[in-house]
Structure formats: C-alpha cells, structure tokens
Design a protein around this ligand. Structure first.
Ligand SMILES: [Zn+2]
Length: 177
C-alpha cells in the first residue's frame, strides 16, 4: 500500500470496534459517527500503469458501473476533527443560505420596488457566487475528507490514507484480537 495507508476489512469497520483515537491526529475520540464510506469513482492512474491491458479494460468497465459502499459504525473523531467538521459545515451553510437569501432579496427589491440601484447587482452576483463557493467548505468538511477513509475498489476493505501511527497501531491490535 502506497504512502502508509491502512486497510481495514469492511466487517471490522461495521462492527463498531474501531480505534479509540482519530485517524488524522491520533488523539482521543470525543465523538463517534456512522456514515457510508464510498469507493473512488475516478480511474487511478498509477494503478492502471501497473496492470495488464485486459485488466485495465475490465477495471474501467467495473468502475463505470458501480461505486462500492461500506457502512462505518462509530468512526472516531477527536476534538479537532469534530471542530473542523462543524466549522466547515457551518461555513458552507452560511454561504449557501446567505447567498440564496441575498439573491432572493435582490430579485424581490428589483421586482417590487422597481429599483435599479448598482447595489442590487452586487447583491445578486455576490449571492450567486456565495452559493457556488459553499461547495468548497462542504466538501472539505465532509466525513470522507475528515476521516480520510474510502472503500477499496473491490469493496472488501476501507482504506485510510496517511493514518496517524497510533490509529494504525490500534487497528492492527483490534484485527489481531
Ligand atoms: Zn482528529
């Protein structure tokens, strides 16, 4: 496995027996979340290079067809992970709803008041871009990003990229039990 990822069988991920610390920082979990871990949809470049041409065609066909999903139960999040998630999620909400509200307000003022002031354009455009921009914190604060977890392409295990050594150690300990 490249760059020190840890592979955890899906049965273990669903069992709720995951480590007591988060994968990113190795710090004690203050919250545990249940979520669906998805496999990658896009084609992995270096994996393609290392396999035979027939295997490549097979894999592309397979990927186009389905995304593997694994259920994660009680995934650990430390205080920083949880805070990061709520801050980014809150920011996404503010941008999205604020943007929507300012767009709606601009349109209403224009319609009802018949006003043609320049600030209406700013309100409209600003609102529009805020709605678009809300996608960035929404993705960054999503559980797949925060947990660094994705399901393997065959659906057999969940891969955590660059886990903290403590997390990796606890996973290995849990698996050997
Ligand atoms: Zn953490």
């Amino acid at each position: 496995m490249a760059n020190g990822g840890v592979r955890i069988p899906v049965e273990f991920v669903a069992s709720g027996g995951l480590p007591q610390c988060c994968a990113a920082h190795g710090r004690a979990a203050v919250r545990r979340v249940d979520f669906a871990v998805q496999s990658r949809v896009r084609v992995d470049g270096d994996r393609l290079l290392s396999s035979s041409p027939l295997g490549v065609a097979d894999r592309i066909g397979e990927r186009a067809r389905r995304v593997e999903v694994a259920r994660a139960r009680s995934w650990p999040l430390c205080r920083s992970c949880a805070r990061r998630r709520s801050v980014l999620f809150g920011l996404a909400q503010v941008l999205f709803w604020g943007g929507l509200a300012s767009t709606a307000a601009a349109l209403l003022i224009r319609l009802i008041g018949g006003e043609q002031a320049a600030f209406l354009g700013v309100l409209l455009l600003g609102g529009f871009f805020a709605v678009l921009a809300s996608v960035a914190p929404f993705v960054a604060g999503s559980l797949p990003r925060i947990t660094r977890a994705r399901t393997s392409d065959d659906g057999g295990c969940v891969i955590v990229e660059n886990p903290h050594p403590t997390f990796a150690e606890q996973v290995r300990g849990g698996l050997s039990r």
